[in-house]
Design a protein around this ligand. Sequence first.
Ligand SMILES: [Zn+2]
Length: 502
Amino acid sequence: MKTNPSDFTRRQFLKTTASAVAATALSPAILPAAPETAASSSSKMIGIQVGAVSFLDEGTEQVLDILQERGAVNTLFLATFTYGRGIGGRQVPGQPLPDHGKQEYDLNFHGGNFATPHPKFYERTTLKQTKAPDHGDYDVIADVLPRARRRGMKVYAWYEDNFGRDIPGVDKLREIDLSGRPAGTLCPLQPDYREFLIGLTKDYCESYDLDGVMWGSERQGPLLNAIDAKVGKGDPTRVTCFCELHQKAARERGIDVRRAKEGFEKLAKFINAAHEGERPNDGYFVEFWRLLLDYPELLAWEKLWTDSKHAIYADVYQAAKKSRASVQVGFHIWHVNSFSPFFRAEQNYPEIAKVADFLKIVVYNNCGGPRYASYLNNMASGILGDLPKEEVWRVNNEWLGYGNEATLDKLPTAGLSSDYVYRETKRAVAGVHGKCKIYPGIDIDVPTDAGQKKTSPEDVFAATTAGLKAGADGILYSRKYSEMKLANLTAGGKAVREFGTA
Ligand SMILES: [Zn+2]
């Protein structure tokens, strides 16, 4: 079936207009409506991820002024639940502080729910106490939402799969690794974990008049983790999850649990030896393929785990829609999707689009350089160890559909290009066939190591323009306002305005 592109654009426009009208109707009457400023008049979603600490440090109205005027932002993605520093808190300690906000690190950052947990939503889970202690009773949604609405801005709750170790009851929900040890991550088959996320989603959608929610989980299954198909190396004996619930689910699928564990143990031994440069007699790739032949349980367990992760997307979607049908529901798609053809194969856009109104695809091109280099080096010292590194770089670029990116030795300092942003956005837009919206995540000052690629205004201008030109329904400045330099945010706003008038 072919879609006429101009029909599609008109339909999308009508849909956007209709939801804008609906949003106006829902606006609380507490504050008088202000006319939309020129700064927020883009018909596309121009979003930014921002955490509670920025509003407290700089003043809510002042932050909103900056975001509208400099970044042409019309939608806020408030970091409402996380125990991580990627989207919560001030700048990561050790990284240079940006030119706004308190000029000191929040070394005592704790995290949790930065809104107000309402107990009735957590009756079906043991995870009841998650209020972030960082800012007393401060509720970021209650503070920001009415002020943003008055300016014609939309507000989304943005929460991620990052749980503190000190939440009462959390220990029972931990994943179990290959060696039987509890992991830091929570098991996606644990009913209490799933009920918590359903409760949290309902709490956000029913306790607040939000425009949308976004859930993110930067995790993959045990096969991909064991072969280091990611950024940074891991321990292949610590892959997850082999808890009782996953064993039971495996048996129901006809997977032999003992054989699966044996396969993963052999795989771990092989990968650890590869890290030491011990080439198997028949070569790295043949050894890897032989393990897959001998133990098809390796792939079966990867699929089992991934299905359990994606079932939560459906949980979140249904919980939100049951609470309020108009609320927009979307998912943050992990950056590994840009590096690993293995993880990419699991991110089946049309499948995910069945339970999503939008997808934020991470296409951070600046930090993407060092991250991609890390992935390629992992492959070159693992299952693709038979190939020269330059060949691993070349063939992977071909697999992923990338053009003239920097060579492997230059990637950490050069970053990825805005052409990568364009290609990945276009692929996502084509992949979902209009079933959901695509918002590329644009990287503004995501931390990298000393000497590695840093973000410049030209980078943000080019990446933002590339995303919009590729047909995205909007863009999302990432990862958090508290680490962004103002000149870089301004360059994003300039790109948005120039695109809008082009
Ligand atoms: Zn499990």
